[in-house]
Design a protein around this ligand. Structure first.
Ligand SMILES: NC(=O)c1ccc[n+]([C@@H]2O[C@H](COP(=O)([O-])OP(=O)(O)OC[C@H]3O[C@@H](n4cnc5c(N)ncnc54)[C@H](O)[C@@H]3O)[C@@H](O)[C@H]2O)c1
Length: 265
């Protein structure tokens, strides 16, 4: 029998953004691999639905309402998980929001908000988890950055700044906690079809328009050597690899499930 190294039974995983898209797919994937998944999202109902799905499939999961920008709440949830489950093996800082505005038109409030949700929240999650994991002498953190760090494009300044900060936080933290046996990596997904990109393919009522969806897939798919946009599952699978024992020697890296859109060294 082959020990495939992807088994996560007995591991406790805290993931943010599990109500939708990449966070949801990651929660289902890790839950299916045996992890106890603690899912957290601003949308408590959506996070609860994901947890139910995991339990219905025979896995273990719970859900919490969390605004990742509220630092005391992030610390409290990490503390609560460790108090109740005795450990934290996997931390996934996945929650994030899109933002598109020309630099000259961005307001102070927008700038603060995008940096708070997409960058500072990841710092809070990393810090809280790293404190626990260094004490434990083991643990894995995965942060979700973005392909926006590879290709400058108009209107993406705030988003890309925040995601570049996530990549650099990942690399720096990896140097600090590596000696304690803790790994820290980031994912920089390309264009992934989730609610995040809905603006491209819905009408004014928010309903999906099939022709717009096709146009979105074609337009963004063409940018990739693999000639398609990504799915949340594409990213969840990369996430699973990074938290598995198969990635035991991988830390401080930015892995790019992006269809080949960007290929930095
Ligand atoms: N979809 C893409 O094309 C793409 C590409 C690269 C990177 N990403 C990144 O992947 C991550 C997940 O995106 P997705 O595509 O799954 O988006 P999504 O919109 O489908 O899901 C994001 C989830 O995060 C939650 N969330 C938002 N703000 C929150 C907050 N303050 N506190 C707690 N939860 C909050 C939302 O409720 C939602 O459930 C994000 O960090 C995003 O920047 C997405």
């Amino acid at each position: 029998m082959i020990d495939d190294g992807f088994e996560l039974t007995g591991r406790v995983a805290l993931l943010t953004g599990t109500g939708s898209g990449i966070g949801r797919a990651t929660a289902l994937t890790l839950g299916g691999a045996g992890a106890l998944v603690v899912g957290a999202d601003l949308d408590a109902g959506a996070a609860a639905a994901t947890a139910s799905e995991i339990r219905d499939a025979g896995g273990q999961a719970e859900a919490h309402r969390l605004d990742v920008t509220e630092r005391p709440a992030v610390d409290a949830l990490v503390g609560d998980v460790v108090a109740r489950h005795g450990r934290l093996d996997i931390m996934g800082n996945i929650a994030g929001v899109p933002h598109n505005r020309l630099v000259t038109e961005v307001t102070d409030e927008e700038l603060e908000r995008v940096l708070a949700v997409n960058a500072k929240s990841v710092f809070y999650g990393c810090r809280a988890a790293a404190r626990v994991m260094v004490r434990q002498g083991r643990g894995v953190i995965v942060n979700v950055s973005s392909g926006a760090i590879d290709t400058p494009a108009p209107t993406l300044a705030c988003y890309a700044m925040a995601k570049a900060a996530v990549a650099m936080l990942t690399r720096t933290l990896a140097t600090e906690v590596g000696p304690a046996g803790v790994r820290v990596n980031a994912l920089a997904p390309g264009v992934i079809e989730t609610n995040f990109s809905r603006q491209h393919f819905v009408d004014e009522q928010g309903e999906v328009v099939p022709e717009k969806l096709e146009a979105y897939r074609k337009r963004f798919g063409q940018m990739a050597p693999l000639r398609r946009v990504g799915t949340a599952q594409d990213v969840a699978d990369a996430f699973w690899y990074l938290v598995s024992d198969r990635a035991a020697f991988v830390t401080g890296q930015v892995l790019r499930p992006n269809g080949g859109v960007a290929m930095p060294w």
